[in-house]
Design a binder for this molecule. Structure first.
Ligand code: G1P
Length: 298
């Protein structure tokens, strides 16, 4: 049987961005710029390069500017750019709304990474899809979503992109995987533990940035949502969806991303580092940024 292609993606973008207050009081953290593009546009571009056609963004109140960003540009802006003869910028800006089919769903339900999936289940249907966070950027070569899709096509099952971690802080921040090697950099998973701390971690591979999920995940989280309702537990996809799937014998693989660098842009210091790194990748400003940074070194 030929496998269904991975054509859809869900981006979780409903978080409050409390680590970035007061900046995020009225502006979504996903719209913070990296040089001249919002973080979420980089994620959308990566998805599109990997072949994704339909993108569902799960938002909340005060996230409207995300929808505006991926909408057609206004007639006023078009006229302004044309009159100013800024034709390259006009073309680049015009393309944003044409990158994919966008749909928006407002998040409702308990706090946690499983809730956006409950909210979009009806739009995904019976297909494999990518679920990703809007503030985890992982520039990789090949593109990280492509690496995940290639592995799914080869092995069939849920795919978790991972990075190696070492500090106690990281072991307390990420979901850590356990499994047996399929080959270098790929594990068939036997457990997924959310934020275990170093002493209880089964490996040093941390799940980051999202997942390639199969549609059977919905049964698991729908069942678990009744269990979580009325408790103070965070409704983690990992604890309530993915680990139970593994325990039921479903195929799940951890994939150490090749040639990648992970940026958690939801964190202030990491965000500043990301801006610097992205600026240093840009031919138009690279040298001046570097010269400026050098003046700061005593
Ligand atoms: C979520 C996941 C966790 C993963 C992390 C980074 O945690 O539950 O397994 O390691 O994202 O992508 P959260 O940031 O929601 O606490």
């Amino acid at each position: 049987m030929t496998k269904q292609p991975v054509r859809k993606a869900v981006i979780a973008a409903a978080g409050f961005g409390t680590r970035f207050l007061p900046q995020t009081k009225a502006m979504p953290k996903e719209m913070l710029p990296l040089v001249d593009k919002p973080i979420i546009q980089y994620i959308v571009e990566e998805l599109v390069v990997a072949g994704i056609e339909d993108i569902v963004i799960v938002t909340g109140y005060h996230k409207r500017s995300i929808e505006d960003h991926f909408d057609h540009m206004s007639a006023d802006l078009r006229v302004n750019l044309r009159q100013g003869n800024k034709l390259e910028l006009l073309e680049e800006t015009k393309k944003i709304s044409e990158m994919a089919n966008f749909a928006y769903v407002r998040q409702k339900g308990p706090y946690g990474s499983a809730t956006p999936l409950i909210n979009v289940a009806h739009l995904i249907g019976d297909e494999p899809f990518i679920y990703t966070y809007a503030d985890d950027l992982v520039p990789s070569s090949p593109n990280r979503f492509k690496q995940m899709i290639d592995l799914y096509e080869e092995l069939d099952g849920v795919i978790l992109p991972c990075i190696e971690v070492s500090s106690e802080e990281e072991f307390k921040r990420y979901g850590i995987v356990e499994g047996s090697p399929v080959r270098d950099g790929v594990l068939k998973m036997s457990r997924l533990i959310e934020k275990p701390g170093k002493a209880n971690a089964p490996s040093s591979l941390a799940s980051i940035g999202g997942y390639l999920l199969t549609p059977d995940v919905f049964e698991y989280i729908e069942k678990a949502s009744a269990e979580v309702a009325g408790t103070d537990n965070e409704f983690y996809l990992t604890t309530y969806g993915l680990d139970p799937m593994i325990q039921d014998g479903k195929n799940m693989y951890a994939c150490a991303l090749q040639n990648s660098k992970y940026y958690d842009t939801g964190n202030k210091l990491e965000y500043i580092k990301t801006v610097i790194d992205f600026a240093l990748e840009r031919d138009d400003i690279k040298q001046e940024v570097l010269d400026y940074l050098l003046t700061k070194i005593k």
